[in-house]
Design a protein around this ligand. Structure first.
Ligand code: SF4
Length: 472
């Protein structure tokens, strides 16, 4: 998962990009980068957070009215500044590009680029593949037009598999945005006066004063030329499969993605969870969210079950990176650094903890212990998504099937595994109905195993190896 933000027609692109990028910092904290264009490209990429990487000194260096920006969470390719985005190529014209997603046939295409197209890339990040395929096909054309751009993006669609929402700027030609035909990852845009901005999430647009926006459609390309004229076309129509995890966990609650308000979706998921718990057990004294993502769903669940909602765990926002250490004792220490209990809300009570999801279960186990050690009489656990069982090849670092708690223990033993008195997962039906209200055009592969796009066995194993290598 990453975040992209781009702007054209701005009075000061750097200021807009800085404001917009901060709003999507939650989508990646490994590296960040901003590129502006002002007769030449001004590029700065760095490790860490936007607010520490950029400062006032950059205002005079990153000049221009157009630019693109990125925050990265590594999936393909290691972390570190060498794999930061946006990336650049000087043929044809000079192009900068950034993306959010995961090229699932990266390794096949990497070989094709070298053997067939004779293009060699200088980092491991998968946007390099998109940039080089795009620029290879564009460079074979004699001139530039919207028609030629559409043909070029069609070639990208036919070669590049997986998820990709892309923004790019072609020097002295214009601003480009496109979204893969399945529309896995979000991409929204809005225009106000002369300014047009594109972002992974609508909050960035609002941060620069653009309150009206719409989604780039799956398979659509949008081009804004140097005279600020916008052209758009859907090049390939497939059934959309938006990543449902955006509404569960990734996106900010104040964003709207593909027309669905994230806050309301999370609220409905909490209500669905309450409906399912009603048929099982609901004799709890209090409902406590695991902060921060689970707050909205927990509030909805408590309201629907007519139970008190309380804040019983406080998150330390200033902790920075916690080093993940093996062993339960050290893991416990790490959780205690991040979360602190409010004992009066927990002591002597039958507590229902609600979280967004469970991956390996180590964090859940530590949180259950923390609440029990704080004097809770009973500790129950519920998540407002189904059991995670299958790896994601479309841009989320949910990797090896054998790491998932739900694959290590049968469902009726999960509570035991995390030390809880009971455990409940939301059903897949509850998830899809809660988010979509009748719409069913989502990817749910990590829950259901139904992948919207085939990923070859070879690509799967190479992606696994790459991630293991990246994990060190
Ligand atoms: S597999 Fe899961 S995380 Fe990956 S795109 Fe599909 S729903 Fe999202």
């Amino acid at each position: 998962m990453c975040g992209i933000f781009g702007v054209t027609g701005s009075k000061n692109a750097f200021i807009d990009l800085y404001k917009g990028l901060k709003m999507i910092q939650h989508r990646g904290q490994d590296t960040c980068g901003i590129v502006t264009y002002d007769n030449h490209f001004n590029i700065k990429r760095a490790e860490g957070l936007v607010t520490t990487a950029f400062g006032e000194n950059d205002i005079s260096r990153l000049t221009g009215s157009v630019g693109i920006a990125h925050v990265r969470y590594p999936t393909i390719g290691k972390g570190g500044v060498e794999n930061a985005q946006p990336v650049y190529t000087n043929t044809p014209y000079g192009i900068v590009m950034a993306h959010n997603g995961n090229v699932s046939n990266y390794f096949q295409l990497h070989e094709r680029l070298q053997k067939k197209y004779h293009r060699y890339i200088n980092s491991d990040v998968d946007v390099q593949i998109i940039l080089n395929i795009f620029s290879y096909h564009l460079s074979r054309q004699q001139n530039f037009s919207f028609e030629i751009l559409c043909d070029t993006v069609k070639k990208v669609f036919s070669e590049v598999k997986g998820s990709y929402s892309v923004i790019a700027y072609i020097a002295e030609r214009g601003f480009v945005a496109f979204r893969d035909p399945i529309g896995f990852r979000p991409l929204v845009f809005g225009r106000k006066d002369d300014v047009t901005a594109f972002s992974s999430e609508s909050v960035s647009l609002e941060a620069i004063g653009i309150d009206e926006y719409e989604d780039v459609k799956p398979g659509e390309v949008i081009f804004i030329d140097e005279k600020n004229k916008m052209m758009r076309r859907v090049l390939e129509e497939s059934r959309q499969r938006a990543c449902i995890f955006e509404w569960v966990y990734f996106a900010r609650p104040d964003s709207v993605i593909d027309g669905i308000d994230v806050y309301n979706a999370r609220y409905r998921l909490g209500e669905k969870l309450a409906e399912e718990l009603k048929n099982r057990r609901n004799d709890f004294d209090v409902i406590i969210p695991v902060p921060d993502t689970a707050r909205t769903a927990s509030l909805a669940c408590a309201t629907k079950l007519n139970l008190p909602y309380r804040e019983g765990l406080i998150k330390n926002r200033y902790i920075g990176r916690t080093f993940i250490m093996p062993g339960q004792k050290k893991r416990m220490d790490a959780i205690r650094e991040k979360l602190h209990p409010i004992k009066i809300e927990l002591s002597g009570k039958r507590v229902l903890l609600i979280d967004d999801s469970i991956v390996r279960g180590n964090t859940s186990k530590s949180i259950v212990k923390l609440v029990r050690d704080s004097g809770a009489k009973e500790v129950h656990f519920a998540v407002y998504s189904p059991a995670l069982k299958f790896p994601c090849f479309y841009g989320i670092d949910i990797q090896h099937a054998d790491e998932f708690l739900a694959n290590r223990a049968p469902l009726d033993r999960i509570a035991n595994e995390i030390g809880a008195d009971s455990m409940h997962y939301l059903s897949l039906e509850g998830l899809v109905n809660g988010v979509g209200m009748g719409r069913k055009n989502f990817c749910t592969a990590c829950f259901s195993g139904k992948y919207p796009q085939n990923v070859t066995k070879d690509d799967k194993s190479k992606i696994h190896c790459d991630r293991k290598r990246a994990d060190g």
